[in-house]
Design a protein around this ligand. Sequence first.
Ligand SMILES: [Zn+2]
Length: 362
Amino acid sequence: MQSLTTTHYQQLLALPTTWKVEDVLLLMLGKQIEIHLEYTGKKVDCPDCGKSSSIYDKAPEQRWRYLDTMQYETILIARVPRCDCKQCGVKTVKVPWADRHSRYTLMFEGFAVALLQHCSSIQAASKLLKLNWHATNEIMNRAVKRGLSRRNTDAVEHIGIDEKSFRAGHRYVTTLNDLKGGRVLDVVETRTIKATVRLLNSLKKSQRKQIKSVSLDMWKPFKSAVNRLLPKADIVHDRFHISKYLNEAVDTVRRHESSQLNKAGDSTLTGSRFVWLRNPENMTKKQRKNFNQLMACELKTGIAWSLKNMFRVFWQFTNHDSAEFFFNYWVAAVEKSELKPLIKVKEMLVRHKDNIFNYCAL
Ligand SMILES: [Zn+2]
């Protein structure tokens, strides 16, 4: 008879009736929950031909990482039956909760992929998932494979090309995303023109024709590849990418100024990196007080921050003329600041002005 806990997990996992939760162990020290499953069916389906056949034996115990239960890593453990198929021989059957050869459940992989889409680096996502980057990368590749087998005839209209760094930014992968469907369509290593062309070529010719817009970073090779393969699609530069550049510029100003101040024995800016990344509305009372004190010091970093923050207004315009008026006003303010890292971003934004206005549909 099942205990209350096993029944509880049986319901949560929603597995077919042939799989039974045998036991649930709470490992307080290892911060893990082990869920032991047992196959209770008499027959199994051959993974290759799909025919029902008898059970040959059960493979050695395997483990799959599931979504966490509260703060506990949750692991499924089972011995998977092997079928005795007359046609195909002895084969390990498929389990309903995971892809073949994966040590993670589909639910976990789905969560990992969603997280990856919102993190700028694989490393950041890995940290949150408590995995090494290698495992995270593998999950992403498997998600792409699943996407590939599903997407063949799908129409995609709005795509995004994005880079992710791993290992402290020295290596990159480029991802192709279906913005409407929220899926990763493909991934290639590096972020060269050649790699991006290969990425776009993974779409069928008929699919490429249907693409209306491509959202991308201001990285030149991306744009060159899109111009070559999707000459009719609108290129758009989105808010996320632009704020990334502005944040980086503020940080460059801060690092430079901080090292100058340090030389003079002033540690005002030391350890303040994250202060300048926060938006005022997200600051706690204490953070705001600290921030106001820094702003009162009339630092170059403070000016850089103000210019970054000012650009947020741009996204609120719905009328082309007012947006343009503001844009030019901001450009003049950046020029006046004489802060090189910000001027560099400003020049880039001026060069891509049309694509930015495209994004806002202005
Ligand atoms: Zn078979």
